[in-house]
Write a protein that binds this ligand. Structure first.
Ligand code: UT7
Length: 332
């Protein structure tokens, strides 16, 4: 039997309408456009404003966009993996809600939690279902409603995050296209540096957890920054080396969009030019599991069959890693 690879055959996305600008944020907390642009590189972020809408809404919209663009019927989907750390509920899974909302009547699915590395860990997971030979059409969604866990009185975290969702369709191929390599890591070293302290089974919700604002993101930014800079560079460089991709052979780096300085440092260590890097952090902020697929969504038309793409992420846990994609179709 010949080897099967999993290739991306379509991209969908969704960004909520409401835009929170740096100017508006500067009226909410003691910050400025200048500080946010210099230290993070974000100009604006889109947030869900309507009540009663959570991550399943974003994910469903991205999946509908994907199905419409690819012309694939909802009933043809075998499996859906939703990477998120802001699910609608602890249970049932956001995947279950999306399956019902979009009418994926022949699919089963589940949520995958790996914070900012969610899409990368998810694509390896989804690809392995395809490689097993039992699954022909698998959707992977990266979706997060970060506004549901951000404290908009905390200037150290509220400028960073945004809401959004991106989705890809994965299908089998016997050619050398698709996800050809991954290098994924989790160490737990970062648990105390980036997390939700309360609301889970360790600190169940109580008046005390609410009073202490433990349902909002806690981040020790400097520590996370230091680890992110070194891990993203190491893993990306290693991915280039072991796949014999020189700086000139790399068409695109798709880095997690957490901080412009982390992105620039990663590109610098890889010896690549800024023109080879997908960057949309200034428009969406850090959408956690959605950053990578939203880059693919924004750049899809420019992509060409055979493009060499490296995905690189770093996030809470810590989780980090890189992947090598050989793009399978012309975007236009
Ligand atoms: O996606 C998951 C992974 N997350 C990341 O990769 C995030 C990694 N960390 C970062 O991106 C950066 O550490 C931050 C953007 C979170 C913070 O930037 P920084 O350059 O590390 O700032 P800092 O925390 O060292 O703070 C420097 C100063 C402090 O003032 P003092 O103590 O020097 O007087 C902060 O209080 O900047 C102050 N500050 C602000 N000033 C204006 C912090 N936030 C703000 C703000 N506006 N929004």
């Amino acid at each position: 039997m010949s080897k099967v690879n999993a290739k991306i055959t379509g991209v969908g996305g969704f960004i909520p309408e409401y835009i929170l600008t740096n100017e508006e944020l500067s009226r909410m907390v003691d910050t400025s456009d200048e500080w946010i642009m210099t230290r993070i590189g974000i100009k604006e972020r889109h947030l869900i404003k309507d009540e009663g809408r959570g991550t399943s809404y974003l994910a469903s919209k991205a999946v509908e966009n994907l199905l419409e663009k690819t012309g694939v019927n909802a009933e043809e989907i075998d499996l859906i993996v939703v990477a998120t750390i802001s699910p609608d509920h602890a249970f049932p899974s956001t995947a279950a809600i999306v399956i019902d909302a979009v009418g994926l009547t022949n699919a089963w699915g589940f949520d995958l939690s790996a914070a900012c590395s969610g899409f990368l860990f998810g694509i390896d997971t989804a690809a392995n279902f395809i490689k097993s030979g039992s699954y022909k059409k698998v959707i992977l969604v990266g979706a997060d409603t970060m506004s549901s866990i951000v404290d908009y009185t905390d200037r150290t975290t509220c400028p960073i995050f945004g809401d959004g969702a991106g989705a890809v369709l994965l299908e089998p191929t016997e050619e050398e296209f698709g996800l050809l390599d991954t290098d994924l890591h989790v160490d737990g070293v970062g648990i105390d540096h980036l997390y939700l302290k309360g609301g889970g089974s360790y600190h169940p919700p109580s008046h005390e957890t609410v009073d202490n604002k433990e349902h909002y993101i806690y981040q020790d930014g400097r520590t996370v920054f230091k680890h992110a800079v070194s891990k993203m560079a190491d893993v990306s460089l290693n991915m280039m080396k072991r796949n014999n991709i020189g700086a000139k052979d790399l068409t695109w780096l798709i880095p997690h969009q957490a901080n412009m300085r982390i992105i620039e440092s990663t590109a610098h260590h890889m010896g690549i030019k800024k023109e080879q890097v997908m960057i949309n952090i200034h428009r969406y902020g850090n959408t956690t599991a959605a950053t990578l697929p939203l880059c693919l969504w924004d750049w899809e038309k420019q992509l060409k069959k055979g493009d060499n793409i490296i995905l690189a992420t770093f996030g809470a846990g810590f989780t980090w890693g890189a992947g090598f994609l050989k793009w399978a179709y012309d975007g236009e």
